[in-house]
Design a protein around this ligand. Structure first.
Ligand SMILES: Nc1ncnc2c1ncn2[C@@H]1O[C@H](COP(=O)(O)OP(=O)(O)OP(=O)(O)O)[C@@H](O)[C@H]1O
Ligand SMILES: [Mg+2]
Length: 497
């Protein structure tokens, strides 16, 4: 790709970008939220036309007008916002548009068999006839990847494919990627997990504000340098940011209890568990994917109905029967699936941010337009949300910036207990520091926080205490000096405690 340019109203998303993908390499495309990574992918694959520049495949100029065009040219893509049809089975989603036929009819046995083979390749053995909508986000992501791998491709583009995967699933995917690379495919890999870049990428291209910063061999670009290039800062500044450890303060202080959970549970969701969170405390929920972290949070928030147990939250006691009631009790819940449960795509950034606060105040105490704008502008500034203004529809923001706006919604609602389920999924390193800082400030101001993250370093950094889950059961709790990535892993493995 040479001199590629693409503008949106108020934003120059790509400003004369060059990008070269070789056959037989894994090429990481890196940059902060809103840097232009997804837009580059979409221009390459015909989702958006380009305003200027040229794209060549094996030396030939190409002009794909749609993802189908691109696919016919051998460019296969998994987009950041995975698009599957929830009511169709995993197998149908994998084979959609190329369902094998026999005697003029769809050959369902062949459909299911090929889908099973595709999932097997990713190390997943599951019932491919179940509807994809009932699967976890991780399985949905794997389904989209399996779909891309099922076609003969020369280039494979993966836009944040590992955002919902745990370490083991990511390693399975990497094994497949390495094999494809050795078969001569060119692979573009976008992620905000820096460790993965060093694990798998041969070369790195960095974008910043729609411009090319540079192209590097992974081996000759140390991590700090990479982060500094992405953020447009000095490596020394980055080192200082990384060494800050806000959790130290969280461990020392005296606290008043706020939330106390006793024997809360639901069949098929999570075994009855106890949990306490005090004001001014950040408690982590750690465990592998599917261990019951989200399920625990949903019971607490009344999103699913608990069958046993009870909750005390401040001076309220009982079991929240609905999200509305949980909000009235002073609870907030920033869910992990921003597309399905979080953003309202056609509303503006302002409206999306004001939503939870408005729900808490009730219909009779309407926030004025001016109040909404003030709140939105404040969080756009504090969390560095890249948007032309607060009136832009949230769907046109980059994925990571949507995530930040969602976080802003719950920060603005000022709950007494905030549940954060994977709040940093898809957000860039700089913003992760901002989020860690925001959490620490809220904690210091007396908020109780329940923090769910698959990134153990994050859990360790922010949490004074960690409840560990495995197979939908709480199996232990670590506090103070016991809180370490190793300690958590050991508890999950059942070796210690
Ligand atoms: N359809 C659209 N309409 C208007 N603006 C858009 C649209 N798509 C992207 N943009 C803007 O273009 C810029 C680049 O967005 P892009 O999605 O490429 O970022 P990204 O690097 O993929 O970020 P992230 O890491 O958050 O996914 C952002 O400022 C974004 O708001
Ligand atoms: Mg993106």
């Amino acid at each position: 790709m040479r001199g590629v340019r693409r503008a949106f109203p108020g934003v120059l998303a790509l400003d004369g970008v060059d990008f070269t993908l070789r056959a037989g390499e894994v090429h990481a495309l890196m940059g902060e939220n809103g840097a232009g990574k997804s837009t580059l992918v979409k221009v390459l694959t015909g989702v958006y036309p380009r305003d200027a520049g040229e794209v060549r495949l094996n030396g030939e100029l190409i002009h794909p007008a749609s993802p189908q065009d691109a696919q016919a040219l051998g460019i296969s893509t998994v987009y950041q916002e995975v698009n599957l049809i929830p009511g169709l089975s995993v197998a149908e989603n994998i084979m959609l548009g190329r369902l094998p036929r026999r005697w003029g009819r769809i050959d369902w046995r062949a459909v299911n068999r090929r889908a099973e083979v595709a999932m097997d390749r990713l190390g997943l053995h599951l019932d491919v006839t179940q509807p994809v909508g009932s699967c976890s986000i991780a399985i949905q992501q794997m389904t989209a990847i399996a779909r891309a791998l099922d076609v003969q491709a020369r280039a494979l583009i993966l836009d944040e494919p590992t955002s919902s995967l745990d370490a083991k699933e990511a390693q399975n995917l990497f094994a497949v990627i390495r094999k494809l690379r050795d078969e001569g495919l060119g692979i573009v890999f976008i992620t905000h997990f820096l460790g993965q870049v060093y694990d798998i990428a041969d070369r790195i291209t960095v974008l910043r504000n729609g411009k090319l910063v540079g192209e590097y061999e992974t081996a000759s670009l140390p991590r700090l340098e990479l982060v500094a290039r992405m953020m447009g800062r000095d490596p020394d500044e980055v080192a200082a940011l990384e060494s800050a450890r806000p959790a130290d303060a969280a461990r020392a202080e005296q606290r008043t209890p706020f939330l106390s959970v006793r024997g809360l549970g639901r069949r098929g969701s999570i075994r009855p568990f106890d949990l306490d969170v005090a004001q001014g405390e950040v408690v982590g929920l750690a465990g592998l994917l599917g261990s019951g972290r989200t399920e625990a949070a949903r019971l607490l928030f009344g999103a699913d109905r608990a069958e046993t147990g009870a909750v005390t939250a401040g001076d309220r006691a009982g079991v929240p029967g609905s999200c509305r009631q949980a909000i009235a009790w002073g609870l907030g819940f920033c869910p992990e699936d921003r597309k399905a449960e979080g953003i309202v795509p056609n509303l503006s950034v302002r409206e999306n941010i004001a939503l939870a606060l408005q729900a808490r105040r009730g219909v009779l105490r309407r926030l004025s337009r001016k109040q909404q704008t003030e709140i939105a502008d404040r969080y756009i500034r504090e969390l560095n949300i890249v948007t032309p203004d607060a009136e832009t529809p949230i769907r046109s923001l980059s994925g990571g910036n949507q995530q930040k706006a969602l976080l802003a919604r719950w920060l603005a609602a000022d709950p007494r207990l905030l549940i954060l389920d994977e709040p940093t999924r898809g957000i860039d390193v700089g913003a992760k520091f901002e989020v860690a800082k925001a959490i620490e400030e809220l904690r210091a101001a007396g908020m109780a926080i329940l923090f769910i993250s698959s990134e153990l370093e994050e859990v360790v950094r922010s949490c004074g205490r960690v409840a560990v889950l495995r197979d939908r059961e709480k199996i232990g709790e670590l506090s103070g000096p016991e809180v370490s990535a190793q300690g958590i892993m050991a508890t999950i493995a059942g070796a210690a405690h």
